[in-house]
Design a protein around this ligand. Sequence first.
Ligand code: MV4
Length: 506
Amino acid sequence: MFKKILIANRGEIAVRVIRACHEMGIEAVAIYSDVDRDALHVRYADEAYPCGPPPAAESYLRMERIVEIAKRAGAEAIHPGYGFLAENGDFADLCEREGVVFIGPAGDVMRKMGDKVTARQTMEAAGVPIVPGTTERLSDAEARAWIEKIGLPVMIKASAGGGGKGMRLVRRPEEIEQGLKRARSEAKASFGDDSLYIEKFVEQPRHIEIQVLADGFGNCIHLFERECSIQRRHQKVIEEAPGNGITPELRAEMGRAAVAAAKAVHYRGAGTCEFLLDAEGNFYFLEMNTRVQVEHAITEAITGVDIVKAMIRVAAGEELGIDQEDVSISGHAIEARIYAEDPENKFLPSPGEIVVYRPPGGIGVRVDSGVYQGARVTPHYDPMVAKLITWGRTRSESVERMRRALREFVVKGIKTSIPFHEQVLHHPIFLEGRYDTGFIDEHMGGGVLRTADGGQEHRVALMLAAVAAWRRDKERARRAGSVVHGSGQSPWRAFGLRRQLGGGLR
Ligand code: MV4
């Protein structure tokens, strides 16, 4: 096993990896940009080295410099976390050339999945269902012909895109020309690659993803699904595991597809296959994320498997040591991503000093955070300051814990998305678990919480929704004996009293 690992990241994920290292008796080396000298991940690490000025391109993305630091510190491996260099095949190649283990899949595997046209070809060949559409790079003429054949509506997507970047929805014939033109020029400008492909548009899909783990010996398992349909502008806000209403049969089928996807590329490490699930229960492969994801912790909560430790073990050449039959789902977990953003002001970033920081605790609560009281949130990086994960034996229990934990969570000095999460956690459609990717746009007014000036109507609507939820909960509790406790008094508490008192209750 490695004796020392460098973590090429910052924030909560760097802390998460350091914790795994320390449990395994491995020393952790941090890197930090000039504004991160006092960051939490630096304090947790055994050693830390500066890597440059705050812009990521001059610090956390400096491949040669980071590998050089690893070698100088005597670290045998680099964990990239998520973001930054995590899905950069050239970085994995560089590590290998320099004799440092990259904790993740091989560079060519990342490139294969990073290029969506190649990924679609690979998945089709492996028998994994892909969204109906094309599997070649298309000229404009070919694209027109295919759109004719597939029929509207379609999505025009950039092969080099992903995660919602570089895609355009075309619903009407007159939108085709501009769609193609814009998609191509955006792809060229954003990725330096204007290859496009076409997919049939899946209406009101749900985002269901499967966690996989694989070693270098051909062992590959899945750790079931996560539902990530609650997103705002392709940014996940709330995730849960298992997914709502996913039958054991569908779960097994999607799990098999994800394992087939991973095996097709000789995957090693932790990865995630994203699928769209339509209203009829059909699922389609979208893309594979070749890294540990932000939301991995909810899978850890329901399976008990430490995903980061598994990544480190297989990167060190060990066998996975877990069979598919060894894993099962226990209970339900929900994650709320706490962002330093102001939900009452268009989710604008809210940097500054965290003057008061009092995270929740107690049974079934996990907080993975990269900040502490007195720390500064700078505008240079991702605004996520903490992940709040609650587990319960049932979905209702995890919901109740999440409400309780959100209520306990005190962050002062910066604005956070906590009030927005509280509203979602009281929304009848969320409570029913019958939502899709349109939830925030259709039921949360696009996510904009308006207050003082002219937002009265909006607030009333949200309060009525909360009261409806409370009535429904009460009615259901009466009929089924499965209670979502605490909602008896909370619609008013959450939306009226608490706001009137201006946070005084905290
Ligand atoms: C789609 C789609 C409907 N049909 N593709 C957005 C993120 C990227 N990973 C793929 N995305 C979508 N692709 C087809 N053919 C709808 C979305 C989509 C979406 C997907 C997952 C979660 C949230 C979403 C929000 C809007 C659109």
